[in-house]
Design a protein around this ligand. Structure first.
Ligand code: G4P
Length: 527
């Protein structure tokens, strides 16, 4: 198959959702559709407090199947689908945000009882940085949930994206009957007790078909007809261009637990979601079906299992094809490296595979030489842009248990920050060392790695920082003036960039009002 055909059939996406909305359950059903497992059961045990594992690692343990953490590739219809994990619970980290810079589309999962929740808002903001096309799955219709129109209104208002319902639910909770597909004018009927397997579904064509009244009950059929009139008036029609521009989201209803509706979403994904997209780089824009391979590293997985010291750098291939043994240039260092043993993730097997294509993710063994944001090429001097650091949301002061280890601490933290495991800030006004993260587990990882790899024993103390912003000014003069005025709140991050550490959100707001000449940035490009 030609490179063009390989690229055209790839769909690389991630799931964005608030914890407990159903991401893990949906992932499991996707495994079912990808034929990676034959039967799905509830994933138990992930809340057992062993927070050093991701949901997927738990699945691997629980199900005894080889689901690799982080990336899962599976065939569906004519497509090759790459699903990238976005850890949701304790192992949520900045990597989660950066993973969203490595996908071409995203699936937003909403709990139909809860509507739009805070983590989803944040993840959606990250998707907006690249106008990533979003599909929406409204989950848990087998429970008593909110009215569909109400939830769509909330998505439109809070997330500022137009909703185009593709399916519409009939009933809910114990009387959930199925969904009506607005595009195909077909009702798909729900059967309970089929969640562990791919369902044989019964379909009824036509909204006015008397068979529909028989199948779901005359009241429900009538209510559906009435509601649809309202829905069609109040929502948007599906428009491929607006979807691809990130302005409109096709919406599907269902229950992941009951394995109903997930396939409708997957059908939409392979049909409408874009294949690997062009990527901006310093020198030029790189197109996915160019013959030469390029890629960038968006995540480094720190393995906390002491028996596996090896860390894996995850690279998104942006053009061309990986072949076992390929020689690539690591652009930042200028070094050529031969890659004999990249991990690819075909069919969930973590295996050394011979080739991978644009849109795929490969795992490189990393012994500390690879950093987040690194570009690899077959020799060309270019670096991918748009792989940012995100302003941390949690902060801790690092306290050394052995004060003589201060030098090692600085070295370790600077390296861990370069690698993307955490962010580090050195306030201008004192000798504190402040760590920033977006997920609490990042702090544990850093403490464990400082001890294991740098021989530094440290603990954390609370610090009064609510949020951080990178500072930019139009001129050096403005910057110096601001540095003087805001000295007590300023720090340098691991890469030396000036950063404002705000003790409260109100403080940040006031600083922004007082200094309109200064840009307070929530992201910083990796350089
Ligand atoms: P997450 O990865 O997004 O955090 O969510 P996860 O899939 O773990 O789902 C969170 C909880 O919601 C789980 O229950 C799961 O069984 C349940 N759930 C997911 N999809 C549906 C659905 O369509 N309908 C219903 N009724 N529940 C759903 P839990 O309390 O963590 O576990 P358990 O007590 O059910 O075992």
């Amino acid at each position: 198959m030609s490179l063009q055909d390989q690229v055209a059939k790839r769909r690389t996406f991630a799931i964005i959702s608030h914890p407990d909305a159903g991401k893990t359950t949906i992932t499991e059903k996707l495994l079912l559709y990808g034929n990676l497992i034959q039967s799905a059961g509830t994933v138990k045990g992930k809340k057992s407090g062993k927070h050093a594992t991701s949901d997927w690692m738990e699945m691997e343990k629980e199900r005894g199947i080889s689901v690799t953490t982080s990336v899962m590739q599976f065939p569906y219809k004519d497509a090759t689908v790459n699903l990238l994990d976005t850890p949701g619970h304790a192992d949520f980290s900045e990597d989660t945000y950066r993973t969203l810079t490595a996908v071409d589309s995203a699936l937003m999962v909403i709990d139909a009882a809860k509507g739009v929740e805070q983590r989803t808002v944040k993840l959606m903001e990250v998707c907006r940085l690249r106008d990533t096309p979003i599909l929406t799955f409204i989950n848990k219709l087998d429970r008593d949930v909110r009215d569909g129109i109400d939830v769509l209104d909330e998505i439109e208002d809070v997330l500022n994206i137009e909703c185009a319902p593709i399916t519409w639910p009939i009933g809910m909770g114990k009387s959930f009957k199925g969904v009506y597909n607005l595009l195909t004018d077909t009702t798909v009927l729900y059967k309970t007790g089929q969640g562990h397997t791919v369902q044989d579904v019964r379909e009824v064509k036509g909204l006015d078909n008397p068979e529909l009244d028989q199948a779901v009950g005359a009241d429900y059929a009538e209510e559906l007809r009435e509601t649809l009139e309202l829905v069609q008036g109040a929502s948007h029609e599906f428009d491929l261009e607006r979807f691809l521009a990130g302005k409109l989201t096709p919406v599907f209803f269902g229950t992941a637990l009951g394995n109903f509706g997930v396939d409708h979403m997957l059908d939409g994904l392979v049909k409408w979601a874009p294949p690997p997209q062009p990527r901006d780089a310093t020198a030029r824009t790189v197109v996915a079906d160019e013959p030469k391979m390029t890629g960038f590293v968006f995540k480094i997985q720190a393995n906390m299992d002491p028996r596996h010291r090896d860390r894996i750098a995850f690279m998104r291939i942006c053009s061309g094809k990986y072949q076992k043994g390929i020689k690539l240039k690591q652009v930042r260092t200028g070094k050529d490296v031969r890659i004999p043993d990249a991990l690819t993730f075909l069919a969930g097997e973590r295996d050394n595979v011979e080739e991978a294509f644009s849109g795929d993710i490969i795992g490189l063994h990393n012994h500390g030489t690879i950093q987040i944001g690194d570009t690899f090429t077959e020799g060309e001097e270019l670096a991918f842009t748009g792989i940012p650091h995100f302003a941390p949301e949690l902060f801790q002061r690092v306290v050394l248990n052995d004060p003589l280890k201060s030098k090692q601490l600085h070295k370790g933290l600077t390296q861990l920050a370069e690698e993307g495991a955490t962010q580090v800030f050195f306030p201008l006004r004192n000798n504190d060392v402040i760590l920033g993260a977006v997920g609490t587990l990042q702090f544990d990882v850093v403490a464990a790695r400082l001890k294991g790899e740098y021989g530094v024993d440290c603990r954390y103390e609370p610090v009064s920082v609510a949020t951080a912003r990178w500072i930019e000014a139009g001129s050096d003069k403005e910057l110096t003036a601001f540095e003087r005025k805001a000295h007590d709140n300023l720090s340098r991050d691991g890469a030396g960039h000036l950063t404002y550490l705000a003790p409260t959100r109100v403080n940040l707001q006031l600083a922004q009002e007082r200094h309109p000449e200064i840009r307070f940035r929530e992201t910083r490009e990796i350089s």
